[in-house]
Design a binder for this molecule. Sequence first.
Ligand code: NAP
Length: 254
Amino acid sequence: MTTENTGRTAIVTGAARGIGAGIATRLAADGLAVAVLDLDEAACTTVVEKIEADGGRGLAVGVDVADEVAVTAAVERVADELGEPTVLVNNAGIIRDNLLFKMSVEDWDAVMGVHLRGSFLMSRAVQAYMTKAGWGRIVNLSSTSALGNRGQANYAAAKAGLQGFTKTLALELGRFGVTANAIAPGFIETEMTKATAARVGVPFDDFKDAAVKEIPVGRVGLPADIAHAVSFFASEGAGFVSGQVLYVAGGPKA
Ligand code: NAP
């Protein structure tokens, strides 16, 4: 375990599994206390137990990031029980894919709610602690889908929106010592990509093989690949890097 960042508290949303779980355990290994937030609090305990087994500090918190009242309560609880948060990773996400002509208003709103409203509510709640501390790091999970992806009008719009949101937070919060950056992953092996394969009726191994053909480094990504980039943006030394979008996709994008 490194000692850099020791004493700081991070919040990672959607951290019960997948990329969020990878980010939470990585930030804990970097020396931060980590609040593991997800819809189902019980589902967060496995990640917290792993953090604690490795000698770190973690806290499981159940919250719907799109619920304003719940977000306020969750962030206050983190501040009370773990420490005032100065690192926030907005990772919670859902997909509700469909071609535009078949996309329901409910599926549009659900995706906007988790990604955009959720990142807004979480960032607004946590910035109070960051500006008070004169130090903060916000990392938002965008996607290569922000560049456009068939069947993902809602998701692509939300992930592109998060890039504009990130750049605006960088402008507003920079003078308080707070940076805001976005990571845009390509194909990462998680339940989300498994669900996409299931939706299009392709066995996951075949789905991955097809994806790998388009990825210059010749493999799909893992949660640890994204966690490594988050670790950099959250680090003490990254204070002059703000408003950036880093494509972590095994090759060049945008
Ligand atoms: P995942 O395995 O589906 O995990 C997402 C987590 O977010 C789940 O635990 C989910 O909980 C939680 N969540 C959903 N709605 C929530 C809400 N309203 N409040 C709190 N938590 C909520 O997805 P992933 O692949 O790890 O993706 C993580 C992030 O990376 C997402 O923002 C995604 O869009 C982005 N991303 C992923 C990829 C990829 O290839 N996997 C590529 C680019 C970007 P439930 O299980 O209870 O729904």
